[in-house]
Design a protein around this ligand. Sequence first.
Ligand SMILES: [Fe+2]
Ligand SMILES: [Fe+2]
Length: 281
Amino acid sequence: MGQLALESVVQSVNELPSLPQVALEVMRLTRDPDTTARELNDVICQDQAITANMLRLANSAYYGFPRLIGTVGEAVVLLGFQTVRSIVLTAALGDTLSKEVKAYSLEKGELWKHSMGVATAGRMIAKRAGYKYQDLAYTAGLLHDVGKIVLADYLEEYCTEVLEKVRTEEVCFSDAELEILGIDHAQTGGEVAKKWNFPAEIVEAITLHHNPDLAVQDPKLTSITHIADIMCTVIGVGIGVDGLLQQASAHAVEILGLDEMVLEEIISDLIDVFTEEENAN
Ligand SMILES: [Fe+2]
Ligand SMILES: [Fe+2]
C-alpha cells in the first residue's frame, strides 16, 4: 500500500469537517487582548451543546476547580481566557474523540479518556517544568492521537496484519502503521491539526509525539506531549493496543529538567484526577 495510502489519508484529512464555528470564534477572541469577558460569554452561549459540555467539564476533576461553576460568565471570570479556550475546544471535540476506534482496540470513550489524560498530564508537566504555555501543552495532549480516528478506516482493512506485526515482531504500533500504510497516526494527526489551523508548535508536537528528539520548532512542547502520553500509558489510561512497547525518551526528560521524583509526583496527581473523575461518574 505505502505511498498510495499516504495520499489518500491526506485526502481524508482534507475532507474532515472544520471545527465548530463557535470554537473557531473563541480561539480568535481569546487571542485578542481587547476582547472582553462579555464578548466571549455571548459567543459561547450561542451554542447550547458546547455550553452544556463546557460547564460539565469546568466542574470535572480534570480542571480541579474548587468552586461550582454555574454559568459561562462565571467560567470566563473565574477560569480566565486561556482555560476557557482549552475547555471550549475540549467541549467541541468531545463527540469526535469519544468514538470507538476499533482498529486500535479502543472502546467507545477510551480515546476520549486517553486524550483528556494526556492533555491534563501535559498541563501538569508544563507547570512543573516552568514551560510558559500551559494551554498549548494541554491542546497538544488533547489532539495528539486524533490521527487514529482518520487512520482507523484504513487500518480496518489491514487490522489483523498490523496487530500481528505488533505481536509477533514486537515492533511498536507506529512502525507497523508506517510500514503497512506509509504514514503513522502521529503524522496523520499533524495533518489534522494543520487543517484546523493550529499553530506550528502544536502541529509539530502531535507529529513527533513518538519521536520527540526530532523536534526543532518547540522541543519542549513536543517532549511534554511525549512524556504525558507515556505517563498515561504507564497508569493504563485508554491505551488500547498502542500502549505496549513504548519508552520515554531520555532526551525529552532531560530538556524539561524533570527528575524522577517530580515525574512520580505528577503521576500520582494524575492518578488522583482519574480516581476522582471515575468516582464522580
Ligand atoms: Fe500516539
Ligand atoms: Fe497516545
